[in-house]
Design a protein. Structure first.
Length: 100
């Protein structure tokens, strides 16, 4: 456990603490036609037209899945981390000796 794991833990707690309305508003700002992601893509020349993240059926499905994963994965990770931290170290040692 180093400095990076502490930063990652803090980021995951911050994401879990965001209310769903705030989370949705931030992602709407990022994925809008005049949003940050489209602005970066068009200003760097990677794309000429805005990406239809919110109204094209394929992009919208991807966008909803990504935003949902962004909201759900940190909580699950925190639960799994807590479970691993309470596991007896002898179990990990036995698993290592068995080749796991």
């Amino acid at each position: 456990t180093g400095r990076w794991s502490a930063w990652l833990l803090a980021l995951m707690v911050f994401v879990c603490a965001l209310p769903p309305v705030v989370n949705g508003s931030v992602w709407k700002f990022l994925l809008n036609d005049a949003g940050l992601i489209t602005t970066v893509l068009t200003s760097t020349g990677l794309r000429d037209t805005p990406v239809p993240f919110l109204y094209d059926q394929h992009w919208a499905l991807f966008s909803v899945a990504f935003v949902n994963a962004f909201a759900a994965i940190p909580f699950n990770t925190l639960v799994f981390r807590a479970a691993l931290m309470t596991t007896d170290p002898e179990v990990f040692e036995a698993a290592q000796l068995d080749g796991a």
